[in-house]
Design a binder for this molecule. Structure first.
Ligand SMILES: [Zn+2]
Length: 190
């Protein structure tokens, strides 16, 4: 989901050896082959998106001045999921941190897949696109992810996970951006 970034420069000094190159994306249940610069930490379910965001920002040395405002506005704006990309100061490493707030089984599965697609985009895990397209094809959707923008790609990956887990994606349709992505998926059916 598209939400405004906090006005902070997302570069930080962090220990590379504290994080592993990405081998597996938890939310998409997808094996990937990241290199030394492609780092991933899955924070999973959190009680509050703004509180978790503040704590992660502080963990990486950001001074969060407007905590009250962040809590207030982000509780309204962020909804359910969040993705933080932290660049190492010398730009030699990118760390992707997805997390989400649990709402309903379908939306949880959707959020995990959605945020992991953003990890793929941010980290530049090129080979993952083909793997996702194959999985889409196996459930009847013939799509070229390159034809879509980043939010649609993330929605498509989230809906894919919902279908894979045996849930009906139409329950998500009241979230209108998801609906548009699902319409594109349905049109791709042969
Ligand atoms: Zn998104």
């Amino acid at each position: 989901m598209q939400f405004p970034e906090p006005k902070l420069k997302q570069t930080a000094h962090f220990q590379r050896n504290g994080f592993r190159k990405v081998r597996y994306l938890n939310g998409l249940e997808l094996k990937v082959d990241g290199d030394e610069s492609q780092l991933y930490r899955y924070d999973g379910t959190v009680d509050s998106i703004p509180e978790h965001l503040i704590s992660v920002l502080q963990e990486f040395g950001y001074k969060v001045k407007n905590k009250g405002e962040l809590r207030r506005t982000w509780n309204v704006l962020t909804g359910y999921c969040r993705h933080l990309l932290v660049q190492q100061e010398d730009y030699s490493g990118r760390l992707s941190i997805p997390f989400y707030r649990s709402v309903s089984p379908e939306l949880d599965i959707f959020n995990k897949g959605h945020e992991d697609m953003h990890a793929i985009q941010h980290l530049g895990l090129i080979s993952a696109f083909g793997l996702i397209e194959k999985r889409l094809l196996s459930i009847g959707f013939h799509l070229n992810l390159g034809d879509f923008g980043t939010e649609d790609q993330a929605n498509i990956a989230g809906i894919m996970r919902v279908v894979e887990e045996g849930y009906d994606p139409t329950v998500l349709i009241r979230h209108s951006p998801i609906n548009g992505s699902y319409e594109s998926m349905k049109q791709s059916r042969g």
